[in-house]
Ligand binder design. Sequence first.
Ligand SMILES: [Zn+2]
Length: 255
Amino acid sequence: MPAQTNLFLCLTDNYGVLLHDPQSGATASIDAPEAAAVEAALKKTGWRLSDILVTHHHADHTQGIGELKAHHKCRVVAPRNEAARIAHVDETAGEGDTVRVGSLQAHVIDTPGHTAGHISYFFPADKLAFVGDTLFSIGCGRVIEGNAEMMWNSLLKLRDLPDDTQFFCGHEYTAANIRFAKTIEPNNKALAARGEEVARLVAAKTPTIPATIGAEKAENPFLRADNAEVAKLVGLSGSPAWKVFAEIRERKNRF
Ligand SMILES: [Zn+2]
């Protein structure tokens, strides 16, 4: 039976998402930005919380864990390389590990850069990926604990997922990301079309998430740093892709 998801906004611009296995009844919260919002989503869906899968240690992804664990006695899985910075962890996971939610199975992918130990969860049978603050739709996370080369290599791993993979990220930043992306690639037709679609979704107060990896490859400048045309547009023809990525990230930081 296919996995089910329930996406909801919380805090200011964070996304919470529940992943449900209809076969076993297991339900995971991907990160725990806000306990009350997760509880409301559980009530609405009628699902019972069995697991919390943490992508990284930032407070806006972890501050609900304690309250949810106290209430639901759920298992908390956290990134091995930063588990010491997260409270209430039961199990740790890193590159190549399999994490189960009932009968659903995730491959764990190390995606450092935003934080040093950030991980993403990919469920191949359902082609669902939960990427925290590494990849955003038409954007990517700030490089806070790692460096640009590290972040670029993490993004490449996510870009290598099947094109029809739907990914869920930690924030609703898509409209602002598109405004920035157009300054890098003003003539990208796929990006322009996505901009129109996102404007319609925002007007209808509908999430722009999940997005697909295939569409991001054509539209997201941060996944296009190894495209010769993009390198030329930022004045770095012939430079290594990670340097082009670093330049685009720097420009976004100042945008
Ligand atoms: Zn973060």
